[in-house]
Design a protein around this ligand. Structure first.
Ligand code: C5P
Length: 222
């Protein structure tokens, strides 16, 4: 129907941070509340999509009608995303840890005798790049997010190409912009067509606008 143009479509959304264990009580994490990703999952559901939300640890309630899969690490997130495929739409909003400790300790590390100690890190898989890779299971539309600390839109243009996604939503996370954990966001939509800066608006409004564009792209409606 006109107000639910995504009925019959499947969507995958990643959201929140990942936690990469150092030992049983410590981890490396990214700064992410999950609000923007959860709002996108809710907006896609409102438009009729069958939504799977793969979420790192957050304190947010599951949006009504959305199937949520909880994960902690980047590798768990990738595995959960693979299990959710095939989908028509993938929106990768999660702040995935780029690295993880090479060999997490199975026992809590002691402060003594050696302080501080170096932490050896290894690169995590890039979930967005994996999902974007051409193949039979590639979603029709893959959307990534990119947190940039200032007017790094040129980087976002290159990042879209490097990751292989269709659209990249670049958001301004400069200290003065007050975005992390906030209810508002200021983004630019980077696509093959160019860079479209959106005004600052509530994260729910960013989600609704993005969902509308997604629906229009997929079904020429909404
Ligand atoms: O390269 P950067 O981390 O800025 O890219 C951000 C985008 O890539 C986001 O869409 C994020 O969800 C995704 N990403 C990912 N897996 C990673 C790193 C980033 O899916 N390991």
């Amino acid at each position: 129907s006109a107000d639910r143009p995504l009925i019959g479509r499947k969507a995958l959304v990643t959201a929140g941070p990942t936690h990469e264990p150092i030992d049983p009580v410590r981890f490396i994490a990214n700064r992410s509340s999950g609000k923007q990703g959860y709002a996108i999952a809710a907006a896609l559901h409102d438009m009729g999509a069958d939504v799977t939300l793969v979420s790192g640890p957050t304190t947010l309630p599951t949006p009504a009608g959305v199937q949520r899969i909880d994960v902690e690490t980047a590798r768990e997130m990738l595995a959960a995303c693979r299990r959710a495929l095939p989908v028509d739409i993938a929106v990768c909003v999660a702040a995935v840890g780029d690295w993880r400790p090479t060999a997490p300790s199975t026992v809590k590390l002691k402060k003594t005798p050696v302080t501080p100690r170096a932490l050896e890190l290894i690169e995590n898989p890039d979930i967005l790049a994996e999902i974007s890779r051409p193949g039979p299971e590639r979603p029709q539309l893959v959307v990534g997010f990119a947190a940039e600390t200032d007017a790094h839109l040129a980087d976002a243009v290159h990042k879209r190409q490097r990751k292989g996604c269709d659209w990249l939503v670049a958001n301004d996370v400069s200290p003065g912009a007050d975005i992390f954990g906030s209810a508002e966001n200021q983004v630019s939509l980077v696509s093959e067509a160019g860079v479209d800066p959106w005004p600052r608006m509530p994260k729910n409004a960013v989600a609704a606008r993005l969902a509308t564009l997604i629906a229009r792209h997929l079904v020429g409606d909404g």
